[in-house]
Structures are given as structure tokens and as C-alpha cells.
Design a binder for this molecule. Structure first.
Ligand code: AMP
Length: 295
């Protein structure tokens, strides 16, 4: 879709803002009237996972804002920034269907003006799992927290919605909101899956058919981990998960059990929610998935 970069226009009932000043102006009236604002940040290429967040925002808030921004700051060198899938026209149609009021879809310069030099860093939580320096590294999460902090300042939401699919990201955002006193509530909603269990992800578009078939092993592995953790032990659960992955020829980048909020390793179920998280390269896609084992 080609769009006028300086004006808000309607796309099936959704108003699209290309600049922060324009979005702020659009939201000023709602804010002045005390209407609640729900916000769903995305990188676009929407699927049912995103739509579940939009629907929750629609059900709970007076005004629903979605952002679509493929954030360069959270991609490392050699990652998939350039080939990240995009389809703005379809995104706008799905947003309209879900009842979104405003979409903020800015060009990179609106978010990162020349001379941009300020960052938000959450320590500790961002240095493990995907943030391990041998993997995407803490810089990935620094990119996420910086852009999300900016988006919170631009949108000024009462509630912001995130997916449990990106469990570490959600934990990092919750910590940032608490530590920096952002005046909003973070809602973390369950992972939406394909019929066979594969967690929905924009990156699933990278999977060749044979890899798509193998990728179901991730959710199967996590299902086995959850079952065995309950029946035997967390270690037996992780062992069962490793076997499922191995049977599909998948070598996980990591498969770990951690405290769901603090993200420190846990060896056994301990009365607190435990996150079993994994990442694996499957063909052309680096996939992540997790299961939350509640006490
Ligand atoms: P993304 O566009 O991948 O940055 O994701 C935008 C938001 O949608 C994040 O809060 C994600 O955690 C969430 N999300 C992505 N995939 C899913 C899914 N399968 N189920 C639920 N939420 C998801």
C-alpha cells in the first residue's frame, strides 16, 4: 500500500498515523475525555496471535491503538531485518476487523531521528535465554525496551498487551514498567497456536513445507515437558522434551527451565510459576516457544 506519509487517513475504519505528532493529536480528544486507551505493539504481518491481543484490547478499553513497526534496533547484524515479512494492506484489514481505532505505522526516522542516543536497559533478565551473549544478546532486548518505552510515551496507554509466546520479552517489559513507573498495566496473554500446536509467528513464513512439518516437534516437546514435570520431575520433563526434538532432527539452541518472573534457573518445581523455554533453528526460521507450568 502506498500512503501519504504526513496525513491520517481511513483504512476500513482504522485511522493510520505516520508520525508521533499525528498520533498524539488523534488521541488527544479521547485522553481529554478520560477514555481508556489499550495498546498493542507489533511488527506487523499479523496472525491470530496478534489478533487475540487486539480483541482483548477491544473488549477492555475504549480506544484501541496498534503499532506496526519493524524495529531495526532489536535486530542484530546478520539477523532477518531485511527479509522480515511485511503486508501492510492485509494488516490494516485485520486490524479493522478486530476493531482497532488507530494504527501507528511510522517510518524509521519518526522513531529514530538523527542523533538518537538514548537507550533503556533492563539488566539481568536480558542476559539469559535469547539474551545470552552467544545468542541474540542483551542488545536485542535493549532494542525492544527502548522502542517499547518510546511507544508507551507516544501512545500513553492505560493497558498494553503482550503475548506469552515471547515470554522473556513480556517479563522484561513488565520489569521495565515496574522499575520506571510507567503508569500503565501490562497484560500478558496466552500463546495462540496452529491446529497442530505450532506457535503462531510471523517468522513461520520462512518455513519450507518439510520444515513446517518438523516444527511441530517444538510444541510437542513442551507438552511432554509439562506432562512429565507434573508426573515425575522437571528434569524428566526436560529429558522428554530433548528426545522429542531429537526425534525430529532438531538441536535446540536452548531448552531451559527458569523462574517465570525472575528468569533464574530452577532445578525442580518450587511452588512458583516455572517457564520451560526453547529456541531452535528449523530450516530458515529461528523459532521460540515456551510453556508456563503453574504451581
Ligand atoms: P511481533 O509482531 O512478533 O513483535 O509480536 C507482537 C506481539 O504479539 C508480541 O506481544 C508477541 O508476544 C505477540 N505474539 C506473537 N505471536 C503470538 C502468539 N502466537 N500468540 C500470542 N501472542 C503472540
Amino acid at each position: 500500500m502506498t500512503s501519504n506519509l504526513s496525513t491520517t487517513h481511513s483504512a476500513g475504519g482504522v485511522r493510520v498515523a505516520r508520525s508521533k505528532s499525528e498520533l498524539r493529536a488523534s488521541l488527544a480528544e479521547a485522553r481529554a475525555e478520560g477514555r481508556s486507551i489499550g495498546f498493542v505493539p507489533t511488527m506487523g504481518y499479523l496472525h491470530e496471535g496478534h489478533v487475540s491481543l487486539l480483541r482483548a484490547a477491544r473488549a477492555e478499553c475504549d480506544v484501541v491503538v496498534m503499532s506496526v513497526f519493524v524495529n531495526p534496533a532489536q535486530f542484530g547484524p546478520g539477523e532477518d531485518l531485511d527479509r522480515y515479512p511485511r503486508d501492510e494492506e492485509r494488516d490494516m484489514a485485520l486490524a479493522a476487523e478486530a476493531g482497532v481505532d488507530f494504527v501507528y505505522a511510522p517510518p524509521v526516522e519518526d522513531v529514530y531521528p538523527q542523533g538518537f542516543s538514548t537507550h533503556v536497559e533492563v539488566e539481568g533478565l536480558t542476559e539469559v535465554l535469547c539474551g545470552d551473549p552467544t545468542r541474540r544478546g542483551p542488545e536485542h532486548f535493549r532494542g525492544v525496551t527502548t522502542v517499547v518505552a518510546k511507544l508507551f510515551n507516544i501512545v500513553g496507554p492505560d493497558v498494553a498487551y503482550f503475548g506469552q509466546k515471547d515470554a522473556q520479552q513480556a517479563a522484561v517489559i513488565r520489569r521495565m514498567v515496574r522499575d520506571l513507573d510507567f503508569p500503565l498495566r501490562v497484560e500478558t496473554l496466552p500463546t495462540v497456536r496452529e491446529e497442530d500446536g505450532l506457535a503462531m509467528s510471523s517468522r513461520n513464513a520462512y518455513l519450507a513445507p518439510e520444515d513446517r512439518a518438523r516444527a511441530v516437534a517444538l510444541s510437542r516437546a513442551l507438552g511432554a515437558a509439562e506432562r512429565l514435570a507434573g508426573e515425575e520431575s522437571l528434569e524428566a520433563g526436560l529429558e522428554a522434551a530433548r528426545r522429542e526434538l531429537s526425534a525430529a532432527g532438531i538441536e535446540p539452541e536452548y531448552l531451559e527451565a527458569r523462574d517465570a518472573e525472575e528468569l533464574q534457573p530452577v532445578a525442580e518445581l518450587n511452588g512458583r510459576p516455572v517457564l520451560v523455554a526453547l529456541a531452535a533453528q528449523v530450516g530458515g526460521a529461528r523459532l521460540i516457544d515456551n510453556v508456563l507450568i503453574r504451581p
